[in-house]
Design a protein around this ligand. Structure first.
Ligand SMILES: [Zn+2]
Ligand SMILES: [Zn+2]
Length: 245
């Protein structure tokens, strides 16, 4: 069946306000608030999205792009796309996300990179039936013509992302739920960098633990970047100036 006919029979609908047109309509789009280019650690401005030299000493990530602020609109989108209509919403979200990456100063960092979606545990995958980040990452890969690898890293702990653990408990947990399934360095040596892809970042603990696994295996010369769709307002632990240091 051709695309115009499919669109006629099953018109696209905004996943938020249900208006026909795009998966996320122009009015709803306006309610998403763009994040400024910032350092992933101290959250002060950084025009190229790079971690400041000082900040880089206490984290494993080199450049981190964040799309929008986590607010009521982003929260509604995430709830919808995690539990239903994953393909439609992921498509809408990926279109918007790739568009803002393309127009940002982060875009050159994508040249020759390998995309790696943040994994979920098998328990979580069985409950939900899919890892929505794999879908989003493959859309980004198609748009920028980049490879994606989703069988590289494994998440062994289904409790790691649980909402029952508060931010301080999750931050203090020494446990690293991720490990590499394939230790063959040749697998990533042909790429200029790796780029982790996640939907929501709060303290940055998940990305930090994931990148530590790569640092341990491949050393300090590997460039590790990340693309995150949403991030909340800065959150700092009591008596600390930065969430990760
Ligand atoms: Zn709408
Ligand atoms: Zn900084």
């Amino acid at each position: 069946m051709n695309i115009p006919l499919l669109n006629f029979l099953f018109p696209n609908m905004c996943c938020i306000c249900k208006r026909y047109g795009n998966y996320i309509c122009d009015d709803c789009k306006k309610l998403l608030k763009r994040n400024l280019p910032e350092c992933y650690i101290c959250r002060r401005l950084s025009p190229q999205y790079s971690s400041h030299t000082q900040c880089r000493k206490c984290c494993s990530l080199d450049n981190v792009f964040v799309g929008w602020e986590y607010n009521h609109m982003s929260s509604s989108i995430l709830k919808l796309y995690k539990y239903k209509n994953v393909r439609e919403i992921s498509m809408g979200l990926s279109e918007l996300f790739t568009d803002i990456i393309q127009r940002s100063s982060f875009q050159p960092n994508l040249a020759g990179t390998l995309l790696i979606p943040v994994p979920i545990s098998d328990t979580r995958r069985n409950e939900r039936g899919f890892n929505q980040m794999e879908y989003i990452t493959s859309c980004i890969g198609k748009h920028f013509n980049l490879d994606m690898k989703n069988d590289f890293i494994y998440c062994k702990n289904s409790d790691f992302h649980q909402a029952s653990k508060n931010k301080v408990e999750r931050y203090n947990s020494k446990e690293n739920p991720f490990y590499l399934k394939n230790h063959n360095a040749k697998d990533i040596s042909k790429y200029k960098s790796i780029t982790l892809v996640d939907d929501v970042v709060t303290t940055g603990n998940t990305l930090e633990k994931l990148s530590k696994v790569f640092r341990t295996q491949y050393g300090q010369n590997l460039i590790i970047n990340a693309l995150c769709i949403f991030r909340g307002k800065p959150y700092y632990l009591p008596s600390e100036s930065s969430p990760l240091c």
